[in-house]
Design a protein around this ligand. Structure first.
Ligand SMILES: Cc1cc2nc3c(=O)[nH]c(=O)nc-3n(C[C@H](O)[C@H](O)[C@H](O)COP(=O)(O)O)c2cc1C
Length: 197
């Protein structure tokens, strides 16, 4: 059981948090990257699959490799951000289940069924991508998730040696610069997209 967050916590995670296109010069340390992982890894995935495989691009060379695979709009953001992150997903995540989910023979549920593994890797790595965003916010950082990239190129650049890993989405990370965003887009009221059955 947890304690409800106060208004300041809710503002940090949701109400004041934004998706940033650019960041201040304040650096992001490796300790902060590790702190993000140590929070995001606690978010739930089916049978504790943890299929996400993250590449944290901190060097200019790594950011340039990623930017080369991005749309013209997104490439400069990747180059300029303190950190740019590839959120990949491992379709062979089931090989780790004897360790990660010791309560049952969960590996056997996925052995020989690549279609099920793909579906599950996409679902759970997307959840982990969301946990990444929320963990970064919880630690006072900001992100800019992006789908404007060529996945085949990102896979070739970062996962050539591990063809079982493919790219889900990418994100920038840093201390958001409010000058790089426009006004908040509408968020509809409950009645618009919800039903209570
Ligand atoms: C998975 C995902 C992919 C996105 N792809 C792009 C993108 O390629 N380029 C871009 O400028 N913004 C991209 N966005 C940013 C969204 O437009 C933004 O998060 C949304 O409008 C909400 O903005 P807000 O968090 O500031 O309210 C993406 C966001 C997500 C979550």
């Amino acid at each position: 059981m947890g304690t409800p967050l106060d208004d300041a916590g809710l503002d940090t995670l949701f109400r004041n948090a934004r998706t940033y296109n650019g960041y201040t010069d304040e650096p992001v340390s490796e300790a902060e990257l590790r702190a993000i992982w140590d929070l995001m890894k606690m978010g739930p995935t089916s049978a504790n699959q943890l299929p996400a495989r993250l590449v944290w691009c901190v060097s200019d060379a790594a950011k340039a490799k990623l930017a080369a695979a991005c749309s013209a709009q997104n490439a400069p953001k990747v180059l300029k951000a303190p950190v740019s992150v590839v959120i990949g997903m491992d379709i062979d995540f089931h090989e780790h289940l004897p360790e990660l989910f010791p309560h049952a023979d969960a590996k056997s549920w996925f052995d020989g069924n690549e279609a099920l593994r793909r579906e599950s890797a996409m679902r759970n790595s997307s959840l982990q991508g969301a946990y990444f965003i929320m963990a970064a916010r919880a630690l006072g950082l900001d992100t800019g998730p992006m789908s404007g990239f060529d996945a085949t190129m990102v896979d070739a650049a970062f996962f050539a040696d591990t063809p079982n890993v493919t790219t889900n989405f990418i994100a920038t990370l840093g201390h958001g610069d409010p000058a790089t965003i426009f006004a908040r887009s509408p968020r509809p009221a409950f009645e618009t997209f919800n039903t209570i059955a």
